[in-house]
Every structure is written in C-alpha cells, then in structure tokens.
Design a protein around this ligand. Structure first.
Ligand code: OOB
Length: 540
C-alpha cells in the first residue's frame, strides 16, 4: 500500500470481502477477461476508429511495456490529462496493469493545477494531447517540466513537438508486476473547499465494486452503448457506471470529443447509443435542441443527470422530449453514489437524487453539533461504506476534519432523507461553488486574489444563475482605487488558474458583513448579490 493513503480498518475490509463486494479483481485482469469473452466485440469508438476488446487489451500490454522501458514503475504517479479519446483508455489500462497510478486531471486544468498535482504527487510522467479545444498542452508541459524535478517524462497523443509521441512508446509486451486488488489504482480529484485540491486514492477493489454494482443498477450488458460526453476522467462518466462500468459489462463505449448536441446527436444516431450522462446545464441544452434536431435519438433509453441539482421542472421534460428514462445521480469522487432506480415512480425520479448503491453504504444526517437530526429533517450528510475513502492522500490534518473519528466522510452537503431512504439535496455547507457541475473551492480563488497588490481582502461566493444554477462572485475590498474586473481576471489567468474557476463577477465593497462571532458572513454576501441581480433583472 502506498504511504499516505488511509485505508479501511481490517474488520471493515473483511466484511466487505465477506459480503462479496470486494472480489479481488484488478482492472488489468478485468480487461483481460473481457478480451477472452468478448474479444472481437467493439470496446471503444473514437471518431472513425473502432477498437475491439482484443485491440484495447493488446494496446494496454504493449503500452505498459513501453512505459516500463521509460522508467515508470509500479506505484509511480503519472498525471493523465487527456480529452475523450481512445488513448485515454489505452493509457489507463496500461498504467493499471503496470501498477503505476494515474492522477486524473481534467482538460480544463491549467498550469496552477497541473504543477500542483505533479509536485504534490511527485509525478514521474505527464500524458497530454498535442492540442485540444484551441489550447496547446505542449507549452503547458514545457512550463511544468521546467519546475518539477520529479517529472522525467512527457508523452503526447498526436504531434509530440519537443516531447515523445505516445505512439512511439508501444513496445513488445513483457512480464508485468501484478498489482494487488487492495492497492490504490489511481487518484481522483476532489472538488474541494480548501486552498488546494485534494487527491482521492481509489483501490481496484473499491472502485470495481462501485462500477460493477452501478452497471447492475443501470441494467448494462454487452448490448449497451454508452456515450461518454462529459470529460472522461471525471468520476461520473468514468464509473457511475460510465465507461468503465460499460467495459465491465462487455458493452461499447462511444467517445464524444464535445458534449454539444451538434457533436453528440449524430453519434447517438450513428452508434445507436443507449445511455449517456450529463450535468444539468448540458441536459437543458439537449432539451432545447432535441425537438428540432434531424437526428434520430430513439435508441437512447436512459439519460443520467448529476453533478449538480437538476430542477424538477427540467427533469419532467426529459421523458416527453428525449423519449427516454431519466436517472438522477448524486455522487462524489470520494465515493458514495446515489441513483434513482429505473423502475422508480415519477415522483421519486423527478424529486429526489436517488438512493445509495450499496446496502452497506452507511448514511447519517447530522446537525452542526454532529448529532443525528429527526427523520426527514435537513442536515449534513456523513457517509461510510465499501467504496467511500477513509482519507485523502497525504492530508493528515485535513482528514482529521473531513472525516469523523469513526471514519465517516463529511460531505459538506445538506440533505434530507425520504421515508424510503432516498436523498434530496437541499444545499451545502462546504465553501464551494457548484458551477453547473464544475466545482470551485472559494478558498483557492481567494488565496490567489489576495496576492494581487490592489486587493486588501476578498470573499468568493455563489450567485444564482438560470443556466448554470450558480456562478462565482468575488467580493473585493480594494487597497485604494478598485482595480478593473478585467485586470483581476487577467491576473488569475496569468497565474494559470483553470478558466472555469475565474469569478464571473467582481463586486467592490468597503467592508464585509459579519456573523455574530465576527467572521465574514458569506450568507449575507450571497443575499446581497442575489438581490442586486434580482433588481437589475427587474429593471431590464
Ligand atoms: C460528482 O462528483 P464531484 O466529486 O465532482 O462532486 C461532488 C459534489 C457533491 O458533494 C455535491 O455537492 C455535488 O457535487 N453533487 C450534486 C449532485 N451530484 C453531485 N448536488 C446536487 N445534486 C446532484 N445530483 O459530481 C459526481 C460523481 C459521481 C457521480 C455523479 C456526480
């Protein structure tokens, strides 16, 4: 086991094995089995390329050998920042087989996030596309490599420039070390509420359980065709049941480079897609576009929506407009995932965010003092279970706050439970903005803005938005003349912050409202900006 990764106490691990959740499978072995049972079936569709299970399996072996030749060893960390391409899966399975650990960055991350992941995880390799969405990742890699001594190797999917082409790494297969099922398999990233993102260690055992059970809940089988439209590295499209759940079931994964209807709809028709997953703002765009679309979407049986709250109004349009079932998904990269079930009545599908995957997902809803609330009342959701981590990577101090002494993860989400055990998400106490599914940790942005010479103090809060649900507003107390919003915006970009974390709006004020104990009242700031938006909306 890698140092710095808290694990389940032995008695819990024994229970999870006993119950048949942890079956001692690894990702490498899982793909090998599918290659034996479904070898000639198509596993991955990416543009005009169609890889069978055999081909994916062979590529994983050959790329694992190539990475080993480059000096990547078991337990080494490798930052993987790839868009939705077939190579994402070749790289993942190669690393899984080798026992090296991907750190799953998102294509939207920029130098600030990537250099942090590389340094914090002491990554030895970084795998990127040449360009994607108008951005050249080779320039980014140059900057990162210059300041990260551990980073020995950069591989590029496409034109490598000064680096090595991923294609050049494929080598004759060699005997590979066998990772243990209870070993960490990779790191997911936390949406976070602290100054720096946290790394989430997921094991083969726990993650394979979550995707196997998810595939079962969603009725996936070898005939299923899953469209991956959200960024493939995110936990939702990766495992809920996502691409890995689909491959587990022997189905077919179709990759959409972008999630917009003009890209996704033709793929649904051409590949006869049966299921896909979207965040709420995208689901609304699809609902707008579908009625006048010339593409036949009738193969679609299930649309999953999650990552942020989906309004009941939008939810009820899914069936009539898209002609498929809606499944609400409330999950987190730390573990716990809830689904409405495919045979649930409308009342539940439209108005709840689902119930947990596992009978052994333990749920507590607590008040500020950590005491259980009355049934049906709102409180913070705490959870513990067979696929929920017991702690972040190398974060002892933070773990002491984010987890209870008996191992429950404090989600920071405010929920209430229905009598049937379904979860309704009511809000959040963590200092985070959920920008249509993209998570922004207020403190991370605040710390950066505080480094600007004209910023005396700053508080970042959410403001309501019709399309994204929430957007980000930074309240700034300036030093002297307030800087222009554009200047602060440029300042954050220059620091290398991902664009989605840059505040949508800056408000300048003289002093922050305070709570009874003299802390900044973010609640009051949220109300102020909501009122301002409301009054400008009334005027126009
Ligand atoms: C998913 O994972 P993360 O790690 O990006 O974000 C987790 C947080 C949750 O704690 C909650 O605050 C919010 O995102 N969230 C929702 C939600 N689904 C996630 N809030 C309201 N309604 C929902 N349906 O976002 C994620 C991971 C796996 C599956 C689905 C989503």
């Amino acid at each position: 086991m890698l140092l710095g990764c808290p694990s389940w106490p032995e008695e819990f691990a024994a229970c999870y094995r006993q119950a048949g959740y942890w079956r001692g499978e690894t990702f490498g072995a899982m793909l090998r089995e599918r290659a034996i049972t479904h070898g000639n079936e198509i596993a991955i569709v990416c543009g005009e390329r169609r890889w069978s299970y055999h081909e994916l399996d062979a590529r994983a072996d050959s790329l694992a050998a190539g990475l080993l030749h480059c000096g990547v060893k078991p337990m080494d960390r490798v930052v993987v920042q790839l868009p939705n391409t077939a190579e994402f899966f070749a790289v993942c399975f190669a690393l899984f087989r080798l026992g090296a650990l991907p750190v799953f960055a998102l294509p939207a991350h920029r130098s600030l996030e990537i250099s942090y992941f590389c340094e914090f995880a002491e990554a030895v390799a970084y795998i990127i596309p040449d360009r994607f969405a108008g951005f050249d990742y080779r320039n980014l890699a140059e900057q990162i490599q210059a300041k990260t001594p551990s980073l020995r190797h950069v591989s590029v999917v496409g034109d490598p420039g000064a680096f090595t082409a991923l294609d050049a790494l494929y080598a004759d297969p060699v005997d590979l070390p066998k990772p243990h099922p209870s070993d960490v398999a990779f790191f997911q990233l936390s949406g976070g509420s602290t100054g720096v993102p946290k790394l989430i260690p997921r094991t083969h055992d726990d993650y394979i359980y979550s995707l196997r059970a998810s595939a079962e809940i969603c009725g996936l089988d070898a005939q299923s065709v899953y469209l991956c439209a959200l960024p493939a590295a995110h936990n939702f499209p990766l495992s809920s049941p996502g691409t890995l759940g689909t491959l587990y079931a022997g189905g077919r994964v179709v990759l959409a480079p972008y999630p917009s209807p003009d890209v996704a709809f033709p793929l649904i028709e051409r590949e006869q897609v049966t299921m896909t997953a979207l965040a709420p703002p995208l689901a609304m765009i699809w609902l707008e576009a579908a009625p006048s679309s010339r593409y036949d979407l009738s193969s679609l049986r299930v649309l999953q929506v999650g990552g942020a709250k989906f309004s009941a109004e939008a939810a009820q349009r899914v069936g009539p407009i898209l002609g498929c079932k809606l499944q609400q998904v409330y999950g987190m990269a730390e573990g716990l995932v809830n689904y409405t079930r495919l045979d649930d009545p409308d009342e539940i599908v439209l108005h709840t965010q689902g119930r947990p995957i596992s009978p052994d997902d333990e749920i507590r809803v607590v008040d500020d003092a950590g005491c259980a609330v009355e049934p049906g009342q709102t409180g913070q959701l705490l959870t513990r279970g067979p696929y929920t981590i017991r702690g972040y990577y190398k974060a002892e101090e933070h773990n002491a706050q984010a987890f209870t002494a008996d191992g429950f993860y404090c989600t920071g989400d405010l929920v209430r439970l229905t009598p049937e055990g379904y979860v309704i998400v009511e809000g959040r106490i963590k200092d985070q903005i959920n920008r249509g599914g993209d998570k922004v940790a207020a403190e991370e942005v605040e710390n950066l803005l505080l480094a600007h010479p004209a910023v005396h103090d700053v508080a970042v809060v959410s403001m309501p938005d019709q399309f994204l649900g929430e957007r980000t507003c930074a309240f700034v107390i300036s030093r002297g003349t307030p800087p222009k919003a554009a200047e602060l915006n440029a300042f954050l970009r220059e620091r290398g912050l991902a664009i989605y974390k840059i505040p949508d709006r800056f408000e300048f004020i003289d002093a922050f409202p305070q709570t009874g104990v003299g802390k900044v009242s973010k609640q009051a700031l949220r109300e102020t900006i909501a009122q301002r938006l409301q009054s400008t909306a009334n005027v126009s």
